[in-house]
Design a protein around this ligand. Structure first.
Ligand SMILES: *[C@@H]1O[C@H](CO)[C@@H](O)[C@H](O)[C@H]1NC(C)=O
Ligand SMILES: *[C@@H]1O[C@H](CO)[C@@H](O)[C@H](O)[C@H]1NC(C)=O
Length: 261
């Protein structure tokens, strides 16, 4: 117990950095072009909530964990799996959260649930009973706008707000940009389970070529002049997931224009 409390204290400090809508690493790619602009006060939670930590952890580690489980075969202990994870990722924090979650359910259950979750961090954190399940939630996107609506390359603000009558489950918000020259740009954010209310969210879009983008590592968006569309999904669980306790609450689309100068 004392050990767990110690781990919780260690986890509490990095947690404080996150407002309750936060980007997390997922299969949708880097998405560095879209980020949260300002922490929104009403998202701030009092006290310690392990659910967002679990989702953040699972988003970053589930792929590697599956590989480790596959390679180790019949695994003996949480310590073995989690130190392998720490070694592979070079992250002590991931190793710590792995130990915490694995000790919580036991190694056999942990492995079973990692495999059952099928790369869906929300589903995993619900299966392991760290995140609450809430299936009668709803959300309607009441605002979606881009400022400036028309102008040259440069930073844009994306304002999103959604209203919930019943409250929401823990889930994902996906922001996707349909670009002129190629692949869509997407980023995912986690939102906590929330009571009824209206939840505004301010995002920054860096609509200009990234000087650090390495073309040998993939496509580098050029933000050519033309029409762009922005689609936002607010979901229970992972957007588009076929797992239980998942639903797209609402989707809205808007547009903006990049001009020559
Ligand atoms: C909201 O809650 C009410 C009362 O519990 C329920 O009847 C309704 O189906 C819920 N809405 C959704 C979208 O689940
Ligand atoms: C871009 O959007 C503007 C305004 O909505 C429209 O007039 C124009 O035809 C669009 N251009 C293209 C290439 O779709």
């Amino acid at each position: 117990m004392q050990n767990t409390l110690f781990l919780l204290c260690l986890l509490a400090s990095p947690l404080a950095l996150y407002a309750s809508v936060r980007p997390y690493k997922n299969y949708r790619g880097s998405g560095t072009a879209i980020s949260t602009a300002t922490p929104v006060p009403q998202y701030q939670k009092v006290g310690l909530d392990l659910c967002p930590t679990c989702i953040q952890f699972t988003g970053e580690a589930i792929n590697e964990l599956l590989n480790i489980i596959l390679n180790l075969g019949v695994v003996g202990s949480c310590g073995k799996v989690c130190s392998a994870l720490e070694q592979k990722t070079g992250s002590q924090a991931l190793g710590l959260v792995c130990d915490l979650l694995c000790d919580y359910v036991g190694i056999e259950e942990f492995i079973k649930l990692i495999q059952k979750a099928d790369l869906d961090p929300f589903y995993f954190c619900e299966l392991i009973k760290i995140c609450p399940i809430f299936d009668t939630g709803d959300a309607t996107i009441t605002q979606l706008s881009v400022t400036p609506l028309s102008g040259p390359q440069g930073p844009k603000q994306i304002a999103v707000a959604y209203t919930s009558k019943n409250g929401t489950g823990t889930g994902e918000i996906i922001v996707g940009i349909q670009t002129v020259d190629g692949l869509p740009i997407e980023n995912g954010f986690v939102h906590d389970a929330q009571p009824a209310g209206t939840y505004p969210l301010s995002l920054t879009l860096k609509a200009e070529p990234d000087p650090n983008c390495d073309p040998s590592q993939g496509f580098c968006e050029q933000w050519l002049p033309g029409n762009y569309s922005v689609t936002v999904d607010v979901c229970n669980g992972e957007c588009g997931s076929a797992h239980p306790n998942s639903k797209v609450y609402d989707r809205k689309t808007t547009g903006f224009i990049i001009t020559e100068n």
